[in-house]
Design a protein around this ligand. Structure first.
Ligand SMILES: Cc1ncc(COP(=O)(O)O)c(C=O)c1O
Length: 462
């Protein structure tokens, strides 16, 4: 941490003062600053500076919407130019929009080129999920949707119905009916209680058996939706066997397979779309978060051409024409191509993964490290057990932030530390982040030993 001498800070502004002002003015549903108690003065690339001049490496990156970190200067220039040309264009064609479409469509794998159409949605992942479900229902005339335990698809009422975190749903009655949740390949904490060695891909065979059972109680199915790597669910990649079972079923039954790439898309996992690694052809692909390259709100779905049966105005929304997002998004894709961004994701991802594995060897409270590319998670447990330790995870997060590394928690009991660095992060910044993690993990280990702190309750014995 150091002071940034180039930027003048407002006098007497403290993080606490801003957070208190926010508490008085803003909704009780404010989320991130409760665990990361900073107010942001400014940010650039992978660095964030708080109101008191402290600098942080940002491994949260706006929950994954900032693939190149904060306001990269070349995209800021593009945005400024676009603001002077046209900013909001409903769904009229513009130069920026056509360029954006061409660039993003060009990122589909060779074998899928020309097979998809694009639909712009209200500028959030959740609205794009709504559009995907609506399109699937419209095409199949089915009403039931299959989702997976641990899945997160957003907080609007349709998307929330597909999401399985019960805390988010508590007290909200009458979400959309007809959603069925299947066990996901959360192998560290197998939903069938099996050890890895004896698992035999039970989640995959369970899915196939239930879907093939004429007494499964389901009505006509509209869609199956899943993430290739569950993000909010705890950074859990889908096992190839489960993905193949789902793909086989949807192909055979002609049920649209929706792959939610809101968090995994745009290179986060090391390929442009995470589904590419599974050799499947999704019927509908949901994209948002990183697509503008600079964090400007935008969302779209891609869907197979034969599904383009809806008529004008079937899924509208005023904010579908963010031309600034289009201009920066197109340039972001060009940058990704010319700079071998995906190569960087894979290489830096490997470096981080190796360091996390070393932390797991050194510290008994690291239960599992997992993920793909630069979407990584560290599950924190009570040492020598697989019981989650949310208290320790929270303490680690607090010390990491205090030491200059912003990370978020996720997964069951918020006990997985989630790492979402910028995709163009340098080896040097990865090393700095690892070094912060090493010293914080050591500190937590030492404090627990010294004071005999319980990993279960966080209470001090000494
Ligand atoms: C996989 C996935 N789908 C959908 C969403 C919802 O996106 P938004 O928050 O933009 O509505 C998210 C958000 O984290 C997500 O991770």
């Amino acid at each position: 941490m150091r002071f940034d001498s180039e930027v003048e800070l407002p006098p007497r502004a403290t993080n606490a003062a801003y957070i208190e002002l926010q508490r008085r003015l803003e909704s009780a549903a404010v989320s991130y600053p409760r665990k990361i108690p900073i107010a942001i003065h400014h940010a650039r690339n992978e660095m964030v500076t708080d109101m008191e001049g402290r600098e942080y490496i940002d491994f949260l990156t706006g929950a994954g919407v900032l693939p190149l970190g904060h306001n990269p200067s070349f995209l800021v220039e593009i945005a400024k130019r676009q603001l002077d040309t046209i900013t909001h264009g409903l769904d009229f064609p513009t130069e920026a929009k056509m360029d954006f479409m061409e660039q993003h469509l060009s990122m589909l794998p060779e074998s899928l080129q020309g097979k998809y159409k694009m639909h712009f949605c209200g500028p959030t992942g959740a609205d794009a999920v709504e559009a995907a479900i609506k399109l699937a229902k419209f095409n199949t005339q089915g009403g039931e949707v299959i989702s997976f335990i641990g899945g997160y698809h957003g907080c609007t009422q349709g998307a929330l119905s597909l999401t399985t975190d019960r805390k988010l749903k508590e007290g909200v009655q009458n979400l959309i009916p007809g959603v069925h949740y299947f066990p996901f390949s959360y192998c560290y904490s197998c939903p069938f209680g099996l050890e890895r060695a004896s698992c035999g891909n039970t989640c995959a065979s369970y899915f196939s058996r239930v879907m093939g059972d004429s007494h499964n109680g389901m009505g006509k199915i509209a869609a199956v939706i899943l993430e290739c790597v569950q993000g909010e669910g705890g950074v859990i990649p889908v096992k190839p066997a489960l993905m193949q079972a789902v793909y086989r079923f949807t192909q055979e039954q002609k049920i649209p397979l929706i792959i939610d790439e809101v968090q995994t898309g745009c290179g986060r996992t090391g390929s442009w779309f995470a589904f590419e690694e599974y050799g499947i052809e999704p019927d509908i692909i949901v994209m948002s978060k990183a697509i503008s390259g600079i964090g400007a709100p935008c969302a779209f779905i891609l869907y197979k051409k034969h599904l383009d049966t809806w008529s004008a105005g079937k899924h509208i929304g005023t904010f579908r024409g963010n031309n600034m997002a289009f201009a920066t998004g197109a340039e972001f894709v060009r940058f990704a191509k010319r700079s071998n961004l995906l190569g960087n994701v894979r290489e830096r991802g490997l470096e981080l993964m190796q360091a996390l594995k070393a932390l797991a060897v050194a510290h008994g409270f690291v239960g599992d490290v997992r993920g793909k590319g630069l979407m990584l998670g560290v599950e924190i447990v009570v040492p020598d057990s697989a019981r989650r330790s949310p208290k320790t995870a929270r303490l680690l997060q607090q010390y990491l932030v205090e030491s200059g590394l912003i990370v978020e928690l996720g997964g069951r009991d918020s006990s997985t530390i989630r790492l979402l660095p910028p995709l163009n992060i340098s080896t040097e910044s990865v090393r700095r982040a690892i070094s912060i993690m090493e010293s914080v993990f050591q500190r937590v280990d030492a404090e627990h030993h010294q004071h005999a702190i319980s990993y279960e309750t966080g209470d001090y014995a000494i």
